[in-house]
Design a protein around this ligand. Structure first.
Ligand SMILES: [Zn+2]
Length: 340
C-alpha cells in the first residue's frame, strides 16, 4: 500500500488488510512486566473456558460422576474451581488476606479477574505480586485437580497456598518496578517483606560503620551483567584499613545465590586470615535473612549454607547485618547518597 508520497511500507500494507481490535481488558491481568508465562497461559485458558472441566465433557455417560475433584460436592466447572469451590476459595481468601483485603467472594471467575485488574492496576512490585498470585492460584489449583484425577494424589490446601506464595514472592523480590509509595503498597511490602523501588524516592544518608577493635568486618557483594556474574568481598579493620579482598567471576546463577556465594567465600577468606571475630555485611537483605534462618535457602545452596554455619561456629564470634546499596547519586559537595 503506497503512502501519500508514493513510498511503500510493509507495515502500512499489513495495517490495511488486518482487522484491528482493542485488546480485551483481561490482557493486563495476564501479561505484565514480571509475569510467569506458564501461569499466564493457564489463566488465559481458564478465562477462555478452555479447560476440559467435567461440565464440558459431553461425551461422558449421563450417569458419570461430574463432581468436583477438590470438594467432591458440586459439578466441576471453571466458575466453580476458581474460586467458588471450598478448597480453592480457602486458598484465594488466604491470599487476599495476605494482600490485606477482606471481601466477599465474587460470583464468577470473570468477576474475580476484573476485580484484580481494577484493584491492582498499578504496575509496581505489589501490583505484580497480586497478579502473579492470581495466575499462580489458577495454575496450582488446576494442577492439583489434575494430580487428583490422573495420579490419585491429594495435597492439602495449605501446602498449595504455601507453594503459590513462595513462587510469587521469589519472582517479585528482585524486580525493580517503579512503585507508587502509597499506603496500600507499603502495607503489602511490609507483609511480604519486599523492598519497594521508587525512582523518585528520597535518598537517605548512610555510613559505613567501623568494626570494633576486637573484630574485622567484611563487606560482600555480587553483580550480574548480561554475560557474567562477579563476586567480591573487602575485609577491613577498626581503622578502615583493607586487610584483604577478593573479586572473582562465578557461574551464571540467580542474584540471590550469587550474593550468598559472595558471603560464603568471604567467610573462607576471613578464616584463611585467622580472623576470630567477624562482622559480615551485605546489601542483600534477603540473603542476610537466609543466613539468620529467617527465610528459606535456595535448595541448590542448602549444603553450602550448612557448611557456612559450621565455619561460622568455628569462629569466636560472628554477626551479619544489612547495608543499603550504594548508587551513584552525588550531591554538590561530592557526598554519595544511597538510593533506597
Ligand atoms: Zn469443588
Amino acid at each position: 500500500m503506497p503512502e501519500a508520497d508514493g513510498t511503500f511500507f510493509t507495515k502500512s500494507a499489513w495495517n490495511s488488510i488486518r482487522s484491528s481490535h482493542h485488546p480485551p481488558d483481561w490482557v493486563s491481568s495476564l501479561w505484565f512486566p514480571g509475569h510467569i508465562p506458564k501461569f499466564s497461559f493457564t489463566t488465559w485458558q481458564a478465562i477462555q473456558d478452555r479447560f476440559p472441566t467435567k461440565d464440558r465433557l459431553t461425551f461422558l455417560p449421563i450417569n458419570a460422576d461430574k463432581r468436583c475433584l477438590l470438594c467432591n460436592s458440586v459439578t466441576e466447572s471453571v466458575n466453580h474451581l476458581f474460586f467458588s469451590c471450598s478448597y480453592s476459595a480457602w486458598i484465594w481468601r488466604s491470599i487476599l488476606r495476605k494482600l490485606s483485603f477482606r471481601k466477599n467472594q465474587r460470583k464468577s471467575f470473570g468477576e474475580e479477574e476484573s476485580w484484580i485488574q481494577k484493584k491492582f492496576k498499578f504496575k509496581g512490585q505489589s501490583g505484580c505480586l497480586a497478579r502473579i498470585l492470581f495466575t499462580a492460584s489458577v495454575y496450582y489449583i488446576w494442577l492439583e485437580r489434575n494430580c487428583r484425577l490422573h495420579d490419585k494424589i491429594k495435597t492439602h490446601k495449605s501446602i498449595i497456598l504455601d507453594r503459590i506464595c513462595r513462587v510469587a514472592r521469589s519472582r517479585v523480590l528482585f524486580l525493580k518496578l517503579n512503585e507508587d509509595l502509597n499506603e496500600v503498597n507499603n502495607r503489602i511490602a511490609q507483609i511480604w517483606n519486599l523492598s519497594l523501588f521508587h525512582s523518585q524516592s528520597e535518598s537517605r544518608f548512610c555510613q559505613w560503620v567501623l568494626p570494633s577493635q576486637t573484630e574485622l568486618k567484611i563487606n560482600t557483594d555480587a553483580s550480574i551483567s548480561s554475560d557474567m556474574v562477579s563476586l567480591g568481598g573487602i575485609l577491613r579493620d577498626n581503622k578502615g584499613q583493607i586487610i584483604s579482598l577478593f573479586s572473582v567471576a562465578y557461574d551464571s546463577v540467580p542474584i540471590q545465590e550469587a550474593e550468598l556465594e559472595a558471603i560464603i567465600r568471604s567467610v573462607q577468606l576471613a578464616r584463611n586470615r585467622n580472623v576470630e571475630n567477624l562482622w559480615i555485611e551485605s546489601d542483600s537483605l534477603n540473603v542476610v535473612q537466609i543466613i539468620r534462618k529467617q527465610w528459606p535457602c535456595p535448595w541448590r545452596k542448602i549444603p553450602a549454607l550448612e557448611k557456612l554455619h559450621r565455619d561460622l561456629l568455628s569462629l569466636n564470634s560472628w554477626k551479619i547485618s544489612h547495608i543499603w546499596r550504594e548508587v551513584a547519586l552525588e550531591d554538590s559537595s561530592g557526598t554519595l547518597y544511597p538510593r533506597l
